[in-house]
Design a protein around this ligand. Structure first.
Ligand SMILES: *Cc1c(COP(=O)(O)O)cnc(C)c1O
Length: 365
């Protein structure tokens, strides 16, 4: 059998490791920040009707401009945005890849602030863009000064900001975002995959778009919308940015089924987002209970919680898995990450943790 090393692989891909969050069938899966509530049945039936209709014309290519979807997404986002400001693809991962294809590439670089979403460096590598890992301040915060210093020092072609940040849950201030924009000459992406889980009244980076043609705000239907399996991500930006993405996207990249399903789901925004308050409540419960159990959880604006004070993350991960509970080892020493599930799932996780005993003094921070 041939192995990878026998193939004429691109030199810069040799030795790279693919994205690989474990996909295990366990009773309690709290490892990839999905919305663990199924979508409401009346909405599911509407989606099925839309798919049934779409199949009747599936002999034809789908709307290459996915205009209805862009109109619905613009309406959902508000902030005076129109379909001209919106772009979408098969998950925000593909959106970010297209951004790198258009604005990154060989000889160009993208700056992010580690620890951050693991796909950024993988997308950089796939598009031949140099990944620059900037650092954070205490408690994973990024001050305007720290961010602007990194931009000035490295002069990147793109900056990827994640707010709230995965895997830490840290929120980024609009001041930090504007400081990055002003310090840079390149494209600034604010990945707001978890925006719907932020405290009510939190200002989105969408408010910063007017007059900033290099700013991109990306979103996804994978998390709050409980639509991870459908693969729909999108962005809002100046219409010139979407014109740039048309140069690199594959024609008809959003299938007729994807468009039909997303349009039907977006006709029921309120029902789709009905569980968000509940999930926020479980997230806050995780922060309180993890602290009570002797761990050091971080405040989170998302649907997951990073917690420190774990003496042996690998051992705790395995002990929970043995009880059918899957969480995430994100590679930060002494830490693990858990998604906020249903009340019942969160209870199962917390009770298992309590049974496994308090972290030892050696593991506490
Ligand atoms: C989950 C996640 C996404 C979403 O990816 P999709 O491709 O839309 O499923 C994007 N960014 C971050 C930071 C995430 O955690």
């Amino acid at each position: 059998m041939t192995s990878l090393s026998d193939l004429p692989l691109r030199a810069d891909l040799r030795g790279q490791i693919p994205y690989g969050a474990p996909q295990l069938h366990v009773p309690v899966a709290l490892n990839v920040n999905e919305n663990t509530h199924p979508i409401p049945e009346p909405v599911a039936l509407d989606i099925v009707r839309a798919l049934a209709e779409a199949v009747l014309t599936v002999n034809r290519y789908p709307d290459r401009e996915f205009l209805e979807l862009r109109e619905r997404l613009a309406h959902y986002l508000g902030h005076g945005l129109t379909s001209d400001n919106i772009w979408a693809a098969n998950g925000s991962n593909e959106v970010l890849q297209q951004v790198l294809q258009a604005f990154g590439g060989p000889g160009r670089s993208v700056l992010g602030f580690a620890p951050t979403y693991s796909m950024y460096s993988i997308l950089a590598s796939g598009t031949g863009t140099e990944w620059i890992a900037g650092t954070r301040d205490a408690d994973f915060e990024v001050s305007p000064q720290t961010a602007a210093d990194w931009v000035s020092r490295t002069d990147p072609d793109l900056v990827f900001l994640c707010s709230p940040n995965n895997p830490t849950g840290t929120r980024l201030s609009l001041e930090t975002i504007t400081a990055v924009y002003e310090a840079s000459r390149g494209i600034v992406v604010v990945d707001e995959a978890y925006a719907e889980f932020e405290p009510a009244g939190t200002a989105s980076a969408l408010t910063l778009l007017p007059g900033r043609e290099r700013l991109i705000v990306s979103r996804t239907m994978s998390k709050a919308f409980a639509f991870a399996g459908a693969r729909v991500g999108y962005l809002a930006a100046d219409p010139a940015v979407t014109d740039a993405l048309r140069l690199v996207r594959l024609p008809y990249h959003l299938s007729a089924f994807t468009q039909a399903a997303a349009n039907a789901a977006l006709a029921h925004t309120d029902e789709m987002l009905a569980m968000v308050d509940d999930i926020r409540g479980q997230r806050d419960r995780l922060v309180v209970e993890l602290a009570r159990l002797g761990y050091s959880p971080y405040e989170s604006g998302s649907n997951f919680v990073l917690f420190g004070g774990v003496a042996d993350p690998h051992a705790l991960f395995e002990a929970l898995l043995a009880q059918g509970i899957l969480i995430r080892d994100v590679g930060i020493a002494g830490h693990l990450r858990v998604s906020a599930g249903t009340a019942a799932e969160t209870t199962v996780f917390l009770e298992a943790l309590e049974r496994l005993g308090r972290p030892t003094a050696a593991g506490a921070e």
